[in-house]
Design a protein around this ligand. Structure first.
Ligand code: AMP
Ligand code: MG
Length: 323
């Protein structure tokens, strides 16, 4: 009788331990983390036992890319290139080298609509400032005379050489896309069943979505100038990147006109189009980022053709103000 009592107590204790363990385990299955990085609010939601550890590493990885490619951080690869003299070989990380390589090739394929040497012009418009002002024609012309992606040469041993002292690069149209690829790679090292990463409107998905029957992810395409999270169109993907370049993401108003941050390298002014955003869906987030910016500048037909050459899908959206 006593033996049976002890066995029952043992069984209850075991059930209690198992219950606690299972409770903790199921609680850890979904984990969301949000941080301000890459000049925007980024968040990740991961599913699986390692969700919390994966999220931590993913943010470390995003910060690493930001540190390498920021235009404003003094120790970044970009700052090193920008302060170098003509002909000086600047050694950069493998990551920066790869981003510049892809950016230059999309620069070529887009006939210069995507041009990372746009930096003197973006600096002039200074969208980051508290009170930006519209630059003078003469200032735009001077800055534009320094823009030409052909002045950047990629050489052996991860070195970059500029042809002119005053050539500067801005990887703002590509770095976030690359950070997305790196974030997914970092997450996939962990025991996760799936996850979704939002880098300020650049969405990346991998694995299975536990909240949908077919395991796929549904991503909404933001309606420009509407509150964040407002959408009509959605895309359904198994995995990959959904990257948006939109005028509503960074702009200022002066004299009743909106001036946005996607610059047409032909004019040195915000590219003027009938649409307010371009979304590219692709397996490669770096390419999608360069392509979305390029396509915004190029226009609907040329932009669509370029994206299709890369095997991606493209969507153009118009905000309410234009309808
Ligand atoms: P995205 O948000 O990806 O469209 O990138 C816009 C950012 O890329 C801007 O804030 C600038 O830093 C940079 N940029 C603007 N115009 C261009 C351009 N024509 N080619 C390359 N980068 C650009
Ligand atoms: Mg881009």
């Amino acid at each position: 009788m006593k033996k049976l009592k002890y066995m029952l107590i043992g069984l209850l204790a075991l059930l209690l331990v198992l219950g606690l363990w299972y409770g903790r385990r199921s609680k850890a299955r979904e984990y969301t983390k949000t941080e301000y990085v890459l000049d925007t609010t980024c968040s990740v939601t991961f599913y699986g036992d390692d969700a919390e550890a994966a999220a931590k590493e993913v943010f470390d990885e995003i910060r690493r890319i930001d540190d390498l490619m920021s235009l404003y951080k003094k120790s970044s690869d970009v700052a090193k290139i920008n302060s170098a003299k003509a002909g000086e070989a600047v050694t950069v990380s493998e990551d920066t080298y790869k981003v510049i390589e892809t950016a230059l090739s999309i620069g070529e394929m887009s006939n210069g609509a995507f041009d990372i040497t746009i930096a003197p012009v973006t600096e002039l418009w200074n969208f980051e400032a508290e009170n930006p002002v519209v630059p003078q024609e003469s200032e735009i012309a001077e800055a534009l005379s320094r823009v030409n992606y052909k002045a950047i040469e990629l050489c052996k041993n991860r070195t970059v050489i500029k042809q002119n002292d005053d050539t500067m690069i801005d990887l703002g149209g590509a770095a976030k896309g690359y950070a997305g690829d790196c974030a997914v790679k970092a997450a996939e090292k962990y025991n996760l069943s799936g996850g979704i990463i939002d880098l300020g409107g650049n969405i990346l998905c991998f694995g299975k979505n536990p909240k949908s029957e077919n395991g796929k992810w549904t991503v909404g395409i933001q309606i420009p100038f509407s509150p964040a999270g407002t959408y009509e169109k959605t895309v359904e993907i198994s995995s990959g990147a959904v990257v948006t370049s939109g005028t509503y993401q960074r702009y200022f108003e002066a004299g009743g006109k909106k001036y946005h941050h996607i610059i047409d390298p032909k004019t040195g002014r915000p590219a003027e189009q009938d649409y307010d955003s371009v979304t590219v869906v692709s397996d490669n987030s770096l390419e999608a980022d360069c392509l979305a910016t390029a396509a915004y500048v190029m226009g609907e037909n040329a932009g669509k053709n370029l994206v299709e050459e890369f095997g991606g899908e493209i969507y153009f959206e118009q905000g309410k103000k234009n309808q």
